[in-house]
Write a protein that binds this ligand. Structure first.
Ligand code: LLP
Length: 419
């Protein structure tokens, strides 16, 4: 069932008062619901980058997910959350186009399988004497995404191994006695079913290069969510699975044994669970334009400023009064930066949104903010990371404290004392 958490006035008031604004609120049930929808695939490998909070990771682990990590920090989060896995289904896979020394050391220490995104990575594993099982992330020569910045295929993308270089990689790994057991394609975030047929064909073609060494294929992530609920439909995961399952069966016939099918979603699992709750701190007119200036900025949620991404916005009165009158409004943040606007389109064009007429002290709620929200936050203007709260078993639980000034400057203080 497609559950959507009905954020009530009471919950919004309660969370804002207890934890201060801005604050992230995630609904645990929505996360588990979306994970279950994906579990038609043999394995759901959650992409940590979408939301890396340890409580979110623990919840997903409890319900049978494994994870994809893209940095040493994400590997450490995964290990801390207890993703162990089995030899057949590893708890953590490292996917990247490069290694750094910290990631390599963790991969060696914990024998973490790698989803390789460049031929040089194979040589570097060889040099470090690491023989973990590999997947090759293939760039099939085309890509797709909700923005140019989320398209991860084609010859202008830095991601993956160019499809024509696959045989070369297989050869190199053989020489180094490193097993390649899987193939992976992720062409971008916001992909749709039309592109999927092309991706499946590319996977089928590439599987011929690996032959019977192939044990599993990964469909990557990229499943979109309906940010504009009135205009966009939710992805039909069953249909998505069907296309991949057909491809899997064709590959099984080719190789003569079972092939495990993985999905690697991030956004789909967590986006709709999340809300960014902020408070209106100023209501002002600029010529004919009405602005609500709120206490969250692109330091909290960067998606509108970075991609022109559209998020549903609602207003909740501080005192519970009815908000009947609607007007075109520009919603902006507190940063010393003109691009700090939540109502903007790709290219930085500021637009208005019809919202209830509100006052200072009322709350603005930004919806579908559970993916690529907190994980893309920054400390620009020395603003603190907001608190994260999870709604679970009918109660709000603090899962990350708001960052303190002391924490913000901790590493600098050491330097100051030295000089
Ligand atoms: N697997 C790989 C190899 C990826 O590169 C990504 C996303 C995923 C899985 C998960 O994709 P998802 O299912 O979440 O679409 N910050 C952007 C999205 C960038 C995604 C980067 N890679 C946004 O806010 O839309």
């Amino acid at each position: 069932m497609w559950t959507k958490f009905p954020l009530s006035v009471e919950i919004c008031h309660g969370v804002a008062k207890e934890f201060a604004t801005p604050v992230w609120l995630y609904d645990a049930n929505t996360i588990v619901d979306r994970l279950k929808l994906c579990q038609v695939f043999d394995t759901v490998r959650y992409a940590i980058k979408a939301n890396s909070n340890l409580a979110v990771l623990s919840l997903l682990k409890e319900h049978g997910a494994v994870v994809d990590a893209v940095s040493a920090g994400e590997i450490q989060r995964a290990l801390m959350a207890g993703f162990v896995g089995t030899s057949e289904v590893p708890g953590v896979v490292y996917t990247a186009d490069v290694f750094d020394d910290e990631a390599l050391a963790l991969i060696k220490k914990y024998s973490i399988p790698v989803n390789v995104g460049s031929p040089d990575m194979i040589s570097q594993l060889g040099e470090a004497g690491i023989k973990v099982p590999l997947t090759i992330r293939i760039n099939p020569g085309f890509g797709h995404g909700h923005s140019r910045k989320t398209n991860t295929g084609g010859d202008l993308s830095k991601h993956g191994v160019w499809h024509e270089q696959l045989s070369q990689c297989v050869q190199k790994a053989k020489e180094l006695d490193i097993p390649i057991t899987g193939l992976h394609i992720h062409i971008g975030s916001g992909a749709d079913l039309e592109h999927l047929a092309l991706v499946c064909d590319a996977m089928l073609e590439c599987s011929k290069v690996l032959g019977s060494d192939l044990r599993y294929i990964s469909a990557g992530g990229g499943l979109s969510i309906p940010y504009r609920k009135n205009e966009e439909d939710a992805v039909d995961v069953g249909e998505y699975f069907k296309l991949w399952d057909e491809t899997r069966q064709k590959i099984e016939k080719q190789v003569g044994h079972k092939i495990r099918l993985e999905l690697e979603p991030g956004r789909f699992i967590v986006a709709e669970s999340g809300f960014l709750i902020a408070q209106i701190r100023a209501v002002k007119k600029m010529g004919e334009n009405l602005f609500y200036l709120i206490d969250a900025g692109f330091t909290d949620l960067v998606r509108p400023a970075f991609y022109g991404a559209w998020h549903e916005i609602s207003v909740i009165a501080r005192d519970g009064r009815p908000l009947d009158e609607v007007a075109p409004v520009i919603v902006a943040g507190p940063l010393c930066e003109s691009g700090d606007v939540f109502t903007q389109e790709e290219g930085g064009f500021v637009v208005t949104r019809n919202l209830p007429l509100a006052q200072v002290g009322d709350y603005v709620v930004i919806h579908d903010a559970g993916a690529y929200g907190a994980t893309m936050s920054s400390n620009y203007n020395s603003r603190f990371y907001a608190a994260e709260v999870m709604w679970k078993e009918n109660a709000a639980k603090l899962i990350r404290k708001r960052q303190s000034f002391e924490h913000l400057i901790a590493n600098e203080l050491l330097q100051m004392r030295r000089y």
